[in-house]
Design a protein around this ligand. Structure first.
Ligand SMILES: O=C(CO)[C@@H](O)[C@H](O)[C@H](O)[C@H](O)COP(=O)(O)O
Ligand SMILES: [Zn+2]
Length: 189
């Protein structure tokens, strides 16, 4: 048991080391933080969505944006498409699970906003459809992804791909990246 614990911790560190040594990836994180800040300071909002653990990550990030991460400041607008269980079950029941986010994007998003999807496989159909819809609206899109970025990487403006095929390890890296994004967004610059 102890060995398994130590091994998982080592694996989690190794994924983060991969990100540290990938300059393209660290630059993509930096430029995404600038894009999000520009959206928020120009009256746009951040719209988030994910499935499973990534749904929790979406909620977590929105909490830091609307509330605060580390700095006392005005609230910024962020909404989470996986937060409303009545809406999600209604759309899922009437239009299918693949459309639970794209229909909300159509209802809520404007061209001043950014949609940030989170998917460790990069292939979740509901996130993919949401990104496509956001593109049709003319809004900005970003995604936190894993593996090789999947089909979502091909259609999103700002892909952040954690190069690992284990869902749990990717999620652990995503939440670190989310905290870094929140810290960068709160910097005065
Ligand atoms: O949290 C976990 C695994 O750690 C699971 O709930 C996981 O998020 C679910 O299997 C998701 O459906 C995976 O979707 P995705 O990350 O590939 O988009
Ligand atoms: Zn999990």
């Amino acid at each position: 048991m102890i060995e398994l614990i130590q091994q998982r911790l080592r694996e989690s560190i190794a994924v983060k080391e991969l990100v540290i040594s990938n300059q393209e990836l660290t630059e993509a994180i930096s430029s995404l933080s600038c894009e999000i800040k520009t959206i928020l300071l120009n009256g746009g909002k951040l719209i988030l969505c994910g499935n499973g653990g990534s749904a929790s990550d979406a909620l977590h990030m929105a909490g830091e944006i609307v509330g605060r991460f580390q700095k006392e400041r005005e609230p910024w607008p962020a909404i989470v498409l996986n937060a409303d269980i009545a809406t999600m079950t209604a759309i899922s029941n009437d239009y299918g699970y693949d459309n639970i986010y794209s229909r909300q994007v159509k209802g809520f998003m404007t061209d001043k906003d950014m949609l940030l999807g989170i998917s460790t496989s990069g292939n979740s159909e509901n996130i993919y459809q949401a990104i496509k819809e956001a593109g049709r609206i003319g809004g900005k899109t970003a995604a936190l992804l894993g593996r090789d970025g999947g089909k979502i990487k091909e259609c999103v403006d700002n892909p952040i791909v954690v190069p690992c095929s284990v869902t749990a390890r990717v999620q652990e890296c995503h939440i670190t990246i989310i905290h870094i994004l929140c810290e960068l967004i709160e910097l005065d610059n």
